[in-house]
Design a protein around this ligand. Structure first.
Ligand SMILES: Nc1ncnc2c1ncn2[C@@H]1O[C@H](COP(=O)(O)OP(=O)(O)OP(=O)(O)O)[C@@H](O)[C@H]1O
Ligand SMILES: [Mg+2]
Length: 351
């Protein structure tokens, strides 16, 4: 009787009942020695149909009352009245269907629990990172202020320099908070994108002019290479945000590039898109970091990057900006050879 449908069960039982009833009627007639074949002919179908529908109604009632409880538990039927029961057909193997639904429900629940656990650990890690990042400048400020309060204020040799250093730490805190604020806004889609025609070659040159001084400190050569067959590269993008992306990537190429090295910014024509690549021949990034590189606060070398003044928010902002343009960013890198960050932007066409 495995995997029988309710209709199958009712059919088998009714056949049995109809046969027994007919035999009883036959025996009764034999006992009375009075055979009525019309009665015998009617008894079988009558017994069959009445017991079939009787059983079907009883089974249906029983299953509905039991299964309703199961579905009420797994699908919260109180709020969503009977919606799942409408799909139950007496032609199907209901118990098996319920078993499969329960397994499915269990799987979804487990996935949801995993997702909540991930979110919780992500939240905990995030709060830990924020407080860790803010702690350093706050303790620095406190140190300078205490020294000044304890008499340093009247010491001409240190008072101005300590105040200047305290102010630097305040600026660092503001920078971190502004970066976090921007990430939050980009994530929640609050920031409005001002998409327009942007001359990428011109914008890149402007960005380089504004940060050139850092490159000079490390004697890094900068090259813009346009592989498209047009003198200017036009894209549809938010000018200020793409400028921010270029600043972040180019400054990283200086920061993690080698003394006397080279930074290249290249443009490739990809039919509907422009591919931009920013590469350096610096320290490179080991493969195991690539997947997490664009996470907030992620650094490959915690100690060194912190000394370099970075908070590990740059690439996270870059990724959010590129995604807000509905484009993607990738990294290729080999330790001690260099890194290449590549992203696409929609090509401007006046069609
Ligand atoms: N071009 C690169 N070469 C080698 N490592 C890099 C490069 N760019 C980024 N990284 C690694 O990725 C990490 C994250 O970079 P990201 O720009 O997000 O943070 P940051 O530069 O440390 O700080 P911020 O940009 O917020 O000032 C860096 O700390 C560094 O370890
Ligand atoms: Mg950076």
């Amino acid at each position: 009787m495995n995997n029988l449908t309710p209709k199958g069960i009712a059919l088998r039982i009714s056949l049995l009942v109809a046969t027994i009833v007919t035999i009883i009627v036959l025996l009764a007639q034999a006992y009375a020695d009075k055979y009525n074949f019309l009665v015998i002919g009617c008894v079988y179908p009558a017994a069959f149909f009445s017991s079939y529908f009787g059983f079907l109604i009883a089974i249906e009632k029983f299953i509905y009352s039991k299964i309703k409880l199961v579905y009420r538990t797994i699908h919260n039927l109180k709020r969503n009245k009977n919606s799942n029961l409408k799909n139950i057909s007496l032609d199907t193997d209901i118990l098996n269907q319920v078993r499969e639904d329960v397994i499915e429900w269990d799987k979804t629940n487990k996935q949801e629990i995993e997702r909540l656990k991930d979110m919780e650990s992500y939240r905990r890690e995030f709060v830990g990172n924020v407080s860790h990042e803010l702690k350093t400048p706050i303790f620095n400020i406190q140190g300078y202020l205490l020294t000044l309060l304890e008499g340093g204020l009247y010491d001409e040799k240190i008072n101005t320099s300590y105040l200047t250093k305290a102010n630097k730490s305040v600026e660092r805190m503001i920078a971190i908070i502004e970066d976090l604020d921007q990430i939050t806004k980009l994530e929640s889609g609050i920031i409005e994108m001002n998409i327009q025609k942007v001359d990428l070659t011109e914008l890149t040159q402007e960005v380089i002019n504004s940060i050139d001084i850092t490159a000079q400190e490390k004697k890094i050569k900068i090259k813009i290479i346009n592989h498209t067959n047009k003198p200017s590269v036009f894209v549809f993008a938010d000018n200020d945000k793409v400028s921010q992306v270029l600043v972040n990537l180019i400054v990283n190429s200086f920061k993690y590039g080698k003394e006397g090295g080279e930074t290249k910014i290249e443009f490739f024509d990809m039919d509907e898109h422009i591919l931009v690549e920013v590469s350096d021949n610096g320290q490179g990034i080991p493969e195991e970091h690539h997947a997490r590189l664009f996470e907030r606060f992620y650094r490959t070398d915690k100690g060194r990057a912190r000394n370099a003044g970075g908070s590990g928010l740059g690439l996270s902002i870059v990724k959010h900006i590129i995604e807000a343009h509905e484009q993607t960013i990738n990294v290729r890198s080999t330790p001690n050879e260099g890194s290449t960050f590549s992203f696409t932007l929609k090509k401007y066409s006046n069609k």
